[in-house]
Design a binder for this molecule. Sequence first.
Ligand code: AMP
Length: 279
Amino acid sequence: MRRYGEEVRRKGETLGFVPTMGALHKGHGELIGRAKRENNRVVVSIFVNPTQFGPSEDYDRYPRTWEEDYAYLNSLGVDAVFAPPVEEVYPVYPPRVFVEVESLTQHFCGKSRPGHFRGVATVVTKLLNILLPHRAYFGEKDYQQWKVVSALVQELLLPVEIVPVPTVREEDGLACSSRNRYLSPQERKEAGKIFQAMVKVQDLFQKGERRAEILRSKLRRELKKIPGVKVDYAEIADPHTLLPIKKGEMGEGRILLAVYLGGTRLIDNLPLTLRKEVV
Ligand code: AMP
């Protein structure tokens, strides 16, 4: 992969990179399409990164669908797939060296999943370091992850542009996710209502409500109505610092949530901005 990256750069071509954990869906497809439009060459990695999973999380049962993924990537016409074994990405295990992004990881998924973003920041740094792409593509679906990756690239002075891609959704609004395949048919039906709950908060904001506590309680009330949903967190955050806005008049914000539906953890987010944009 390192040699491949070098060759692409030597020819004066640009290299786009899409890191994934596989179990690919049309959300990944969107990132790849964007990367193809903006670069001469596109590499997709498939690597289920052990260090970003907690001990009681789904690392072992995370879906691994290599045959389907490979066929999908072929059909999209990517130039190379990078699917390294764990020993190659972590020559020493357990690793001694990690990348830690502070402050942005204090709340939300950083709080619910201790060590998660340390694992993400570490593996992304490694993958970027191997390939040295011109651009790397990240989904806004994982909003906090996008912010964490942007911060590490900025502060570690990595010569790569991080490109955010709007969330791709199913017809009922559910954000596409590899974990959606864990949902039972009944849970899958309810899952669409998570998006509707966020849209209601967006509507309230558009109508002029600016008090963070009112917007947050609307969000929580709407989520409570969905059968089977258990809220991990549901907050309004500053879209740049990712600190929760607890109370009082706010400018722009970001709705951020994580819920359990049965045993499946789903995350989603939407912007609260003056212009209505639903992404
Ligand atoms: P994952 O394989 O879940 O680690 O995701 C790999 C990349 O795809 C990450 O940058 C995700 O944010 C992005 N991604 C996952 N689901 C979606 C989606 N529904 N829309 C846009 N991007 C997504």
